[in-house]
Design a protein around this ligand. Structure first.
Ligand SMILES: O=P(O)(O)OC[C@H]1O[C@H](O[C@H]2O[C@H](CO)[C@@H](O)[C@H](O)[C@H]2O)[C@H](O)[C@@H](O)[C@@H]1O
Length: 275
């Protein structure tokens, strides 16, 4: 660690494995008064699969998060691209905070809130979903997940020769929509979002602002939409990528299979720490 308590950042191409740096990460944790922990859902707490309806939190991650919740100096928030009600149901842990639709919807301290500008665009998103469904009805494996204030167009199960058409259609129909709509890439999906300046990084910054003095923030996620959060935790926080690619995260674990042991390590460390 440097004298000001920050861990020196590395080039993204050489992001070190979390497991190889537990000593310095432990020191970083010990230097904090408390931990604000942000966790992505799909690809992090749960494995990526063909059907988003079938996705479940890994049972060992659930147990580790439940242990973290019991610690008074740890605050956990699950921050997902899924609709808030969906991610709350799939995680199902009381005593933590949740952000859905990349933070356009939040449940903090049990209080629900939805970004007002996103609410205003809801009907435009609804109409766009209907148009995409009609236009792409003939494409096998392509489906639209309506999430209220956003939507995801899935093509994980779509034959390669149709993928370009899916992406081009989503972009063209979004461009032609009555309201300003943004199309954002995710893992084998295109997300349709309202014109609201909000992302997972903004959620993390908000959590930072409400954390007690001296607390530090860690964020764990796998997707490109998690990069906003990795940047937002800098300079004093830590970002942990699930996977291996160019990233602004500080450390990485190889895959979602390693997330339970990362959380178990944190839970054990939080409990034994003298904070
Ligand atoms: O922010 P996240 O919690 O990671 O949510 C991002 C998106 O996750 C889901 O889609 C992804 O997972 C699916 C199930 O494993 C997979 O089939 C799909 O290809 C992935 O992109 C979810 O369905 C989306 O709504 C979320 O935006």
């Amino acid at each position: 660690m440097s004298e000001d308590g920050e861990i020196p950042r590395t080039e993204s191409a050489e992001t070190p494995l979390f497991q190889s740096r537990t000593t310095e990460i432990g020191e970083w944790l010990d230097a904090a008064e408390g931990l604000t922990l942000g966790l992505d859902f799909d690809g992090t707490l749960a494995a990526i699969g063909a059907d988003p309806e079938e996705t479940e939190i890994h049972p060992d991650s659930r147990t580790a998060v439940e242990q973290l919740v019991d610690h008074p100096n740890v605050s956990v928030t699950v921050i997902s691209g899924r609709e808030l009600s969906d991610v709350v149901e799939r995680v199902g842990i009381d005593g933590i905070d949740y952000a859905g639709n990349h933070g356009l919807e939040m449940r903090i301290d049990g209080e629900m809130e939805v970004h007002p500008d996103a609410v205003a665009a809801r009907s435009a998103i609804e109409k766009l979903c209907a148009d995409i469904r009609t236009e792409l009805d003939h494409v096998p494996g392509c489906f639209v997940e309506e999430k209220g204030v956003t939507a995801s167009v899935h093509f994980r199960q779509t034959p390669e020769e149709h993928v370009e058409e899916v992406i081009a259609t989503v972009e063209a129909l979004s461009e032609a929509a009555d309201e300003e709509i943004h199309v954002v890439s995710g893992k084998q999906i295109r997300e349709i979002r309202p014109d609201v300046d909000w992302d997972k990084g903004r959620v993390v910054s908000r959590l930072d602002e409400r954390a007690p003095e001296g607390w530090r923030t860690m964020y764990v996620g796998d997707d490109t939409t998690d990069e906003d959060a990795f940047r937002a935790v800098q300079p004093s926080g830590l970002g942990i990528l699930v996977g291996d690619r160019e990233t602004d995260a500080d450390y990485r674990v190889e895959g979602h299979e390693q997330v339970p042991s990362l959380l178990e390590w944190l839970a054990a460390r939080a409990t034994t720490s003298e904070r």
